[in-house]
Design a protein around this ligand. Structure first.
Ligand code: KIV
Ligand code: ZN
Length: 530
């Protein structure tokens, strides 16, 4: 029977304090609710002495989130500990987490204290925290670079003073797996009273080893792991919660532990954090990246379609990822292509598949990934390319930091010019709305990114847009030195695809209904005379 591994989430503390990840009170509460749904055992809600915002967040989360233990961080001094305790006062299950550096490097250059002084501080701080709260965690900061016999002395002092959890951080992400595992084994074997204390890992990803070290710590005897959603955290981040949890789950044949995490909530937690912080997850990120379940190579797709277990060790549903995204690329074969068309609602005949495959390979040679809308373009109207229905002739954009932005757009279709203006919060949005007025089919931008193609202030911007028209999504991409113009062109590209596809669907419906002339129906249903 495997033992329980406690999941200590520090997304709202170690994660939130890293650059680009800050959240306001309401956002922290929203994230805390999702962490609760996910089933984390301990939720570190903040560092109350650090700011009023952190104090308020710990207080609010303590008052509302009742199932997990709520932890608050404090340095090893009275002010910090009392402040942490005040913030935790409404928690159903509070924990004070106090820490003090123990490596000689930190003692000499940061604390300017002797080993004896630090030992006394640990005993006093843990003792004081224990007089307030039953559950006290102590972290010897930079344990990974601390002299082993001194680390054992520090851990002993903390246990004697009442610590219930001992966390051994690899604060600077320096340890290799065998070293990290051995540190736990040494502490477990040499600290009196350790059998009544939970050992915990806390790893940073500076060498890309955070998750591997976490698992090594578990092998060494840790039964609590500290981690963050998407691995956010100081510098290169902390161990990614979703990766640790899924490693333990998938390799339950060899791992001695299990967690109580609801794995199907992982993707939602990852997406929510991305939305709240704006910190994007890399596409190939394990477990929650957009490509994590995408199969491109033809041989992989073929195997996957015959039986998913050939190339998939986790099903997307296990982590709550909606549908699978098969990205087609130049290595994809006819089988995968025909299958994707079928899923998109196109049952192609053999000759049609041959023709589609020819067009697809031509496209895939120029384009790395071929998405659904490209495939729709291939099959539309006898495999014709989607024409540029509207072309951008003019864009005037006025924006100010003081108010709304205005855009005037002129588009041309079949030699005829159409001009419209719109206002919105930002200049790109204003341009999109003006385009919508002309096409008559409003789109919703679901993804928008800007990349600089070259270096320097005059670099070219590449804007990628994904927009939803009715219930389908289409992408567009454009380059310009003017970001608003690139955005307008990219959006127009997606709108051209959307309008084209909607027109096709309406035509098809008309011809199936038979009673109305198809062009008449198109005119009636699609505004803007399209
Ligand atoms: O990395 C670290 O050492 C920490 C401690 C405060 C636990 O975050
Ligand atoms: Zn840390």
């Amino acid at each position: 029977m495997s033992e329980k591994l406690f999941i200590f989430d520090t997304t709202l503390r170690d994660g939130e304090q890293s650059p680009g990840c800050s959240m306001n009170l309401e956002e922290k509460l929203v994230m805390a609710r999702q962490l609760d749904r996910l089933g984390v055992d301990i939720l570190e809600a903040g560092f109350p002495i650090a700011s009023q915002g952190d104090f308020d967040a710990v207080s609010a989360i303590s008052a509302e989130v009742r199932r997990p233990t709520i932890a608050a961080l404090a340095r090893a001094n009275q002010l910090d500990i009392d402040r942490a305790w005040a913030a935790l006062k409404d928690a159903a299950k509070p924990r004070i987490h106090t820490f003090l550096a123990t490596s000689d490097i930190h003692l000499k250059y940061k604390l300017r204290k002797t080993r004896e002084e630090v030992l006394k501080m640990i005993a006093w701080a843990v003792g004081h925290a224990s007089s307030l709260c039953q559950d006290v965690e102590f972290s010897p900061e930079d344990a990974g670079r601390t002299d082993r016999s001194y680390l054992i002395e520090c851990c002993h002092a903390a246990v004697e003073a009442g610590a219930t959890v001992l966390n051994l951080p690899d604060t600077v992400g320096y340890c290799l797996e065998p070293e990290y595992e051995m540190m736990f084994a040494d502490v477990k074997a040499n600290v009196p009273g350790i059998e009544n204390v939970v050992l915990s890992t806390h790893t940073h990803n500076d060498l890309g080893l955070a998750v591997a070290n976490t698992l090594a710590g578990v092998r060494g005897g840790a039964r609590q792991v500290e981690c963050t959603i998407n691995g956010i955290g100081e510098r290169a981040g902390n161990a990614a919660l979703e990766e640790v949890v899924m490693a333990v789950f998938v390799r339950r044949d060899v791992e001695p532990v299990h967690t109580d995490i609801r794995t199907e909530e992982l993707y939602t937690a990852s997406q929510l954090l991305t939305r709240l912080t704006g910190m994007q997850v890399q596409r190939n990120k394990a477990i929650v990246g957009r490509n994590a379940f995408a199969h491109e190579a033809g041989i992989h797709q073929d195997g996957y379609l015959k039986n998913a277990i050939t190339y998939e060790i986790i099903s997307p549903e296990t982590v709550g990822m909606p549908a699978d995204h098969i990205v087609l690329g130049k290595h994809s074969g006819r089988h995968a292509l025909a299958n994707r068309f079928r899923e998109l609602g196109y049952e192609l005949t053999k000759p049609e598949i041959e023709r589609a495959y020819e067009l697809f390979t031509r496209l895939a040679d120029r384009k790395k990934n071929v998405y659904d809308e490209d495939l729709i373009g291939i099959v539309n109207e006898g495999f014709e390319h989607i024409p540029e229905l509207y072309t951008l002739k003019l864009l005037e954009s006025v924006s100010s930091s003081e108010g709304r932005s205005t855009a005037t757009v002129e588009l041309e279709r079949d030699g005829q010019a159409f001009r419209e203006s719109a206002t919105a919060e930002g200049p790109c949005d204003a341009a999109f709305r003006a385009i919508d007025r002309i096409t008559g089919i409003p789109g919703k931008v679901v993804d928008f990114s800007v990349h600089s193609v070259s270096a320097g202030a005059d670099s070219t911007a590449e804007v990628s847009v994904r927009s939803r028209f009715q219930d389908k999504e289409f992408s567009g991409k454009s380059l310009s030195c003017n970001v608003v113009e690139a955005a307008a062109r990219a959006y127009l590209q997606s709108a051209n695809k959307g309008v084209y596809e909607i027109r096709r669907a309406v035509k098809q419906a008309a011809s199936e209904a038979g009673s109305v002339h198809e062009n008449e129906l198109v005119d009636r249903l699609l505004p803007g005379g399209y």
